[in-house]
Design a protein around this ligand. Sequence first.
Ligand SMILES: CC(C)(COP(=O)(O)OP(=O)(O)OC[C@H]1O[C@@H](n2cnc3c(N)ncnc32)[C@H](O)[C@@H]1OP(=O)(O)O)[C@@H](O)C(=O)NCCC(=O)NCCS
Length: 167
Amino acid sequence: MEVTTIEQLQADDLSLVATWLSRNEINRWLTAEWRNRVASTTLLAIAMRNPKNRLFLIRCNGQACGLVALADIDVADATGMIWYVLGEPGFARNGIASEAVRQLVRKSFQELKLQSLYAWIMEDNVASAKLLHKVGFREVGRIRQAASSNRQQVDRIYFDLIAAECP
Ligand SMILES: CC(C)(COP(=O)(O)OP(=O)(O)OC[C@H]1O[C@@H](n2cnc3c(N)ncnc32)[C@H](O)[C@@H]1OP(=O)(O)O)[C@@H](O)C(=O)NCCC(=O)NCCS
């Protein structure tokens, strides 16, 4: 049986995570901050130091395989944005990213005392849409033509989950 865990990202993990985030098939789906560029360890270290972010390494049976994170954390309003990547393609479609997101959702509501989480995806990101529905997020609306996916303007679809409805 596979055991998925998340742990706070450490300086030692940065070069591995930078390799994942530098891959176009991964970063093309992310916010413009990471999209279509090489992610250096310096960029990651800066992101880690920003109190609006919390970054966690995903392990499957002990092996580092992905990243799940909060960005845009707003303590006053008790909200933040969740994002995630599976870095090791050999681990895909095993429910690992879904389980890691579930764990970060729980941590966000129970330990970080957030009340509302949101995520946004490009409308053509089928895997991410499935993941969010599966974990209990609900689609709340779209901003039309608000993201650049492979040089095409596509809609952003927003999802939310609130603490009171956390499965
Ligand atoms: C999205 C991503 C994190 C999913 O990782 P994963 O560990 O394979 O996801 P899971 O195994 O938990 O699967 C979640 C759902 O997505 C589906 N899925 C995963 N990869 C898929 C693909 N390539 N095409 C279609 N569906 C896919 C799974 O089948 C599952 O749905 P199901 O239970 O209804 O079958 C991974 O594909 C990724 O890193 N993508 C690039 C980065 C990205 O898009 N991040 C999100 C930005 S908002």
